[in-house]
Design a protein around this ligand. Structure first.
Ligand code: BTN
Length: 338
């Protein structure tokens, strides 16, 4: 594919592995012979065997062997393009889906695809990231097949000053998607951290390539901790997963489909009606919108204050404790203060 060469991308997941998964999932009640699978997807039986082993290593429970045939024990929770695309039809994200079993960062890939001219709505997914990027130069720990690691490439007709609104849009979409999996809906900490029980389980990183008056392309990267059984010790006090909160394993596939459908809806609403409905929705769902005692840490200072709503551009207003008036916070860390 021309784009792939231009962007010098690592190999995406072979479409035929995707086809194998779909075939097994769609025939989950029967044993299907290695020869039949090989014929349907156009590879040798040995290749089928090798791919089955690869799927097993990812936790897909496939019973059987080349002579008798294979049988999938449970429909696997892999974010495979074939499984996703028809469920996303009618949205921006059904057309171009890149899937990787292992990649450095889906944001890094999506930025390269943006430079190479891939279309608006291109979706990049990974089962595992080796250098997941977080905000402020931090990293995002991306355990294999436990979370959602997803980036969308957008070409929004907006000036760069409005790009923070994209981050709010994505935060709202992730919030609505996760709300169905939790007993109590998550809180949104400006600009877009999702919190359950006071701990973060989802973060969003927006990167962009812009000219002074327009965004050339933006990449919105969403990382959600879904089925991690525990968080690394150093993060356990501040981070969590849906599984830790509920005690249940959640379907990443269903969650991702909901997330992308909500994102499509909020994004279209933003383009059609502007920032106001997005800001109103943020006010409804975030305890950080107004009257929250916070500590703000930016590259240049750290101060405490009380939140006082958002500017039309999505920037946070904070009334400072030190009497220096209302500060407009463009970026930085927000923590609840006592
Ligand atoms: C944050 O620090 O809160 C933002 C974390 C964003 C992580 C996601 S995971 C998918 C995408 N690819 C990346 O490298 N980062 C984002």
């Amino acid at each position: 594919m021309a784009t792939k060469r231009m962007a010098n991308l690592p190999e995406t997941t072979d479409r035929r592995i995707d086809a194998l998964l779909t075939l097994l999932a769609e025939n989950s009640t029967i044993v299907i012979s290695g020869a039949k699978i090989a014929k349907e997807i156009g590879v040798t039986r040995q290749q089928v065997w090798r791919w089955i082993e690869k799927l097993r290593a990812l936790g897909v429970r496939v019973k059987g062997h080349p002579r008798t045939g294979y049988h999938i024990e449970r429909v696997p929770d892999i974010l495979a393009p074939q499984m996703l695309s028809h469920r996303l039809s009618g949205t921006l994200f059904a057309r171009r889906i890149y899937h990787f079993f292992k990649i450095d960062s889906t944001n890094a890939v999506a930025m390269r695809l943006g430079e190479a001219g891939e279309p608006h709505g291109t979706l990049v997914l990974a089962e595992e990231q080796t250098s997941g990027r977080g905000r402020a130069g931090r990293s995002w720990i991306s355990e294999k097949s436990a979370g959602i690691y997803c980036s969308v490439l957008l070409r929004p007709p907006i000036p760069p000053a409005h790009a923070p609104l994209l981050t709010l849009v994505a935060g709202l979409a992730a919030r609505d998607a996760a709300a169905d999996d939790l007993d109590r809906p998550p809180d949104v900490r400006w600009p877009n951290d999702l919190l359950a029980g006071g701990r973060k389980f989802c973060g969003i990183l927006t990167e962009m390539h812009a000219e002074p008056d327009r965004v050339h392309h933006a990449v919105v990267g969403i990382g959600m901790n879904v089925n991690q059984a525990k968080m690394p010790e150093e993060l356990a006090e501040i981070a969590t997963s849906l599984r830790i909160e509920t005690g249940n394993v959640h379907s990443r596939l269903e969650l991702l489909i909901r997330l992308l459908r909500h994102l499509d809806r909020y994004y279209n609403q933003f383009l059609a009606d502007g920032a106001l409905p997005i800001l109103r929705r943020f006010a409804e769902v975030s305890s950080y919108f107004q009257g929250k005692r916070v500590r703000i840490t930016t590259a240049k200072e750290s101060f405490t204050g009380t939140t006082a709503g958002l500017e039309p551009s999505g920037v946070l207003r904070v009334a400072r404790d030190d009497g220096r008036g209302v500060e407009l916070v463009l970026s930085g860390d927000v923590a609840e203060a006592s």
